[in-house]
Design a protein around this ligand. Structure first.
Ligand code: ZN
Length: 584
């Protein structure tokens, strides 16, 4: 009895807390009241997964304005269909809440859509062919830029200018690796940057040279800046165009909400402009980048923007700027992620066999306390188990000092985690924000060697985290990933196999999760992570009408065929923003 009272009290308190930000939102949402007799849009004869914590389905959904008016059986929608109602027969197809990509670098990714795309190129010849074709198609472009190359196709693991010079001599070329940590320049770009045999670079990074001391065209980390700073910056109009193109792509993939993980005031103003012009087809949350160099002035500016958007009722369901993001370490592949035990493939005499924190622990901890006190939700990029532990410690410390509840701080990526730390996520209410596509076994070989057999059990530990009661939130990390498509993410989450079915038993297969849990991590959990589970992430009366329809039933098909699924219809804010006419 006592437990029950506590439970009821807890639920009541939670509802009260959840209703506070919601009250503002409700003020300008068209109230989905029964008095609005006719629906604007009705989806009939489907298998509509309602999302949230339950696993229930309905046949039909009626939409009025931007909200869901009713959910139920097809027959129940008949009275809501008037002359002006758009009716779409789903023909038994599966529908679900729109995808929420909870960690993305949308402006960067969208800007790249107009550049050379080397994603997925398996041979150097294929890359060179794509680059040459792009150059032919864009004779007016002063610079040829792009990204997406992988290290493995090149002899020695790094590209050289020779391949580029063979096809483009007269214009500078600069192409970033898929992970953004290395760049590939041709001779013209090196010449413009003044990079010669005698050029020195003392920062974090390297001008790669051949045996004769000649720069090869490969540039690591900060050395990329020597070339990239010369590339003409896009104008504001070009950035807006890139975002428009990105939104179109997102709509075709069923993405209706995004959370930007490296935002700035400038980027936020672009989304604001699109919102004011009525062009936004995504709900956008922006996390401002912070680090050791963040000044009190910077923080004040972020607080100003946060307050400005929190009180902007018109934009309430569309734009948020209440988060900040730290990068606490690097990546496993280059041994820059901070580990508790040494890397398995580094000799003991190596200078940094454990990797290092990117921000000194004491500075990070102090900043977390300050930002938590200022009311921000904090994201921390932590890939090594040591960095994950530091982040949990810092959040715990801030909670003790500030006594703030429901802060919903997050840790990003969590590629490795000590089993002792797993239960701390649920205990501290810290969200596990992860990318299923990062665990694509096709890219896991170098990773596995560095982590070693003993730690492999907790590689991308989605299942362990979920079972411990942690909230698992999914995303793509595009463009620092091989695909932005949530379907590819779902495929990885459920199978831990490549789209070719490798390895046959799955990579660390005990960390697979069910399709329902994977969909939840891509919908409801994303809404929770922006404090918006009361208005989106589920299909229910009064919720925002963001809905996707699939070409096949993800719950019924062979899991190995998930990657073949296509989004055939996307409804955003009650309106159809994408329809695949060939398939549907
Ligand atoms: Zn990221």
């Amino acid at each position: 009895m006592k437990t029950r009272t506590c439970l009821i009290l807890a639920i009541a308190l939670f509802c009260l807390a959840a209703s506070l930000p919601r009250a503002k939102v409700a003020a300008q949402q068209p109230a989905a009241s029964p008095s609005a007799s006719m629906a604007d849009l009705v989806l009939l004869n489907g298998r509509i997964w309602l999302g949230g914590d339950a696993s229930t389905f309905a046949e039909a959904v009626a939409i009025w304005g931007s909200s869901v008016l009713r959910v139920g059986k097809t027959a129940e929608m008949k009275p809501l269909i008037g002359e002006r109602t758009q009716v779409i027969d789903l023909g038994g197809r599966l529908a679900a809440p729109g995808f929420n990509d909870a960690h993305i670098h949308f402006l960067g990714g969208a800007s790249g859509l107009n550049e050379v795309d080397l994603t997925g190129a398996r041979t150097v010849a294929e890359m060179v062919e794509r680059i040459a074709a792009y150059a032919r198609k864009h004779p007016d472009k002063e610079w040829i830029t792009g990204r997406g190359w992988e290290y493995t196709p090149f002899p020695g693991g790094l590209p050289t200018k020779v391949y580029l010079d063979a096809v483009i001599k007269d214009r500078p070329v600069f192409l970033r690796a898929y992970d953004g940590h290395s760049g590939w320049a041709n001779s013209k770009a090196l010449e413009l940057a003044g990079i010669k045999r005698e050029t020195r670079f003392d920062g974090y990074g390297e001008i790669v040279r051949n045996a004769a001391g000649e720069p090869t065209g490969a540039l690591k980390e900060g050395a990329q800046g020597l070339v990239s700073r010369l590339i003409p910056q896009p104008t504001r109009e070009q950035k807006l165009d890139a975002l428009r193109q990105g939104m179109k792509m997102a709509a075709a993939l069923g993405i209706t909400s995004i959370q930007n993980a490296s935002g700035s005031a400038d980027e936020l103003s672009l989304y604001e402009e699109l919102f004011k012009r009525g062009e936004l087809t995504l709900r956008v949350s922006v996390a401002f980048s912070v680090g050791a160099r963040t000044t009190p002035q910077n923080i004040n500016r972020f607080v100003e923007l946060k307050n400005q958007f929190e009180s902007n009722l018109q934009a309430a369901t569309m734009l948020r700027a209440s988060s900040v993001k730290f990068a606490l370490d690097g990546v496993i592949e280059s041994h820059t992620a901070a580990m508790i035990e040494r890397y398995s493939d580094l000799p003991p005499e190596h200078g940094a066999p454990f990797g290092e924190l990117a921000v000194p622990a004491d500075i990070y901890r102090d900043l977390v306390v300050k930002l938590d006190k200022a009311g921000f939700q904090i994201y921390t990029h932590a890939i090594g188990d040591r960095a994950v532990r530091e982040a949990l410690n810092a959040y715990e410390n801030a909670r003790q000092i500030n006594q703030r509840s429901n802060a919903r701080h997050r840790i990003e990526h969590i590629e490795t985690v000590s089993p002792e730390d797993i239960p701390r996520f649920a205990k501290l209410g810290v969200l596990a924000s992860m990318e299923p596509i990062h665990a694509d076994p096709g890219t896991a070989e170098v990773w596995s060697k560095a982590v070693g057999v003993a730690r492999l059990k907790y590689a991308f530990a989605w299942s362990s985290l979920l079972r411990s009661g942690a909230r698992l939130v999914y995303s793509s990390d595009w463009p620092a990933a091989i695909s932005v498509d949530p379907i590819r993410g779902l495929h990885s989450a459920v199978n831990r196999r490549t789209i070719d079915g490798q390895p046959p038993r799955g990579w660390v297969s005990e960390q697979r999760i069910s399709i329902g849990d994977a969909l939840r991590a891509y919908t409801h959990a994303g809404a929770y992570s922006t404090f918006e589970e009361g208005i989106k992430g589920r299909i229910a009366q009064g919720m925002l009408a963001d809905i996707v329809v699939f070409s096949q039933d993800l719950f019924k098909i062979d899991p190995l065929r998930i990657h073949e699924t296509r989004v055939v219809l996307t409804v955003f804010d009650g309106k159809v923003v994408h329809r695949d006419m060939e398939r549907f």
